[in-house]
Ligand binder design. Structure first.
Ligand SMILES: [Fe+2]
Ligand SMILES: [Fe+2]
Length: 330
C-alpha cells in the first residue's frame, strides 16, 4: 500500500492554473468521466500531475522502506521453507518499488529526485513501517494485516485514471495476494501450535491491528484532497470506506484463528452488516508521520547506508554504459 493519502500536505499553489483554460479542464474531466485512461503524453492539469507524482512516489518509497521490518527476520526464519518464502516476498516488494518509480517517471520526475526527497526526509512513506518486528509472529501479522490492507487499497487503484499507475497495480495486487496468504498461513500455524506460539500470535495482532487501521490515512472529514482525487478517479473509495471494508473482511479471519481483536468496542452491527470499531489514536499516527515512531530514525539510517553502499554499483553501471556507447559509436 501504501499510499495512505498523505497528500493533504501538498502545495496549495497552482503554478500553472492560469495557463489551464476552462475548456481544457472540462475536456480532461470528460475523458476521466468516460473512464478513458490518461497516458503520459496526454494533456493533464498540473495539479493532477503533482497529486499523482506525490502519491506514486510515496507508494514507491513505502515499498522500499517496507522491506526493512521483514528483512530483519530473513536470517531468523524458523525453517528453510519459511526463509525462501519470505525472501521471495521481500524481493517482490523491491520490484513493486521499481515499477512504481518507473510509473512516476512517466510524469516527468526523475528517480534520482524521488530518492533524494526520500533521503532528505521531504517525501513521506507509510507510517506502518516505523514499527518494529519483535517476534516471528510479527512476520505473520504483517503479511495478514499490512499486505491485507494494501490489497484493499490497491485493488481500486487498478482502475485509477492514470494508465501507467493502473497497469502497474495489476501485477502488484496479484503479488500482494500471495503476501497476505503467506502471512495468514504463518498465523494459522502459530495458532494451531503450542500455547506459547498462540500467545505470540496474539501479541503480534495486539501490536499491529491499530497501526494497520491507520494505513488507510486520516478520516474522511480530515482528508482534504480526497474529493478532488475521487473526481479525477485516482481514488475510487474514501479512506473510511476502505478502512471499513478491511475491518469487515479481517474480523472473521481473526475469529477463525481463535484470536481476539484488541478493541473492546468492536461489534457487528446486525442492521448494516458492518463492524463498528473503537476510536483510532490519531495522535499516534501524526507522531509517527512526524518522524517520532519507534523506528523512523533507524529506517532512514539503514536506507541512507544502502544508498551509500550502492554508489559503486551505480558508478560501475554508468561506466559500463558509457563504454558500450563509445564502442557502438566507434
Ligand atoms: Fe508491495
Ligand atoms: Fe506486499
Amino acid at each position: 500500500m501504501y499510499t495512505q493519502s498523505l497528500d493533504q500536505q501538498g502545495s496549495k499553489t497552482e503554478h500553472a492554473a492560469d495557463a489551464e483554460t476552462a475548456e481544457q479542464l472540462a475536456a480532461f474531466q470528460k475523458r476521466v468521466d468516460a473512464e478513458e485512461k490518461i497516458e503520459p503524453k496526454d494533456w493533464m492539469p498540473s495539479a493532477y500531475r503533482r497529486t499523482l507524482i506525490r502519491q506514486i512516489a510515496q507508494h514507491a518509497h513505502s515499498e522500499i522502506i517496507g522491506m526493512q521490518p521483514e528483512g530483519n527476520w530473513l536470517t531468523r526464519a524458523p525453517t528453510l521453507r519459511r526463509k525462501s518464502i519470505l525472501l521471495a516476498k521481500v524481493q517482490d516488494e523491491a520490484g513493486h518499488g521499481l515499477y512504481l518509480y518507473s510509473a512516476a517517471e512517466t510524469l516527468g520526475i526523475s528517480r534520482q529526485q524521488m530518492v533524494a526527497e526520500l533521503l532528505s526526509g521531504k517525501a513521506k512513506y507509510s507510517s506502518i513501517f516505523n514499527y518494529p518486528t519483535l517476534s516471528w509472529a510479527d512476520i505473520g501479522a504483517i503479511g495478514w494485516l499490512v499486505d491485507g490492507a494494501a490489497i484493499m487499497n490497491q485493488i481500486p487503484l487498478c482502475r485509477c485514471s492514470y494508465g501507467p499507475y493502473a497497469r502497474a497495480m495489476v501485477r502488484v495486487c496479484k503479488e500482494e495476494s500471495f503476501h497476505q496468504r503467506q502471512g495468514y498461513e504463518i498465523m494459522l500455524d502459530l495458532c494451531r501450535g503450542s500455547d506459547a506460539q498462540k500467545e505470540m500470535a496474539q501479541d503480534a495482532l495486539n501490536r499491529w491491528w491499530w497501526p494497520s487501521l491507520m494505513m488507510f490515512g486520516p478520516g474522511d472529514a480530515e482528508s482534504t484532497h480526497s474529493a478532488q482525487s475521487m473526481a479525477w478517479k485516482i481514488k475510487r473509495f474514501s479512506n473510511d470506506e476502505l478502512r471499513q471494508k478491511f475491518v469487515d473482511a479481517t474480523v472473521p479471519q481473526a475469529e477463525f484463528l481463535g484470536l481476539r481483536m484488541p478493541d473492546d468496542d468492536l461489534k457487528l452491527d446486525e442492521a448494516s452488516g458492518h463492524y463498528n470499531f473503537g476510536e483510532i489514536n490519531w495522535q499516534e499516527f501524526y507522531d509517527v508521520l512526524a518522524g517520532n515512531g519507534p523506528c523512523n530514525k533507524q529506517r532512514m539510517r539503514v536506507r541512507r547506508a544502502a544508498q551509500d553502499n550502492g554508489a559503486w554499483v551505480r558508478e560501475a553501471a554508468e561506466a559500463y554504459a558509457q563504454k558500450q556507447a563509445a564502442r557502438e559509436a566507434a
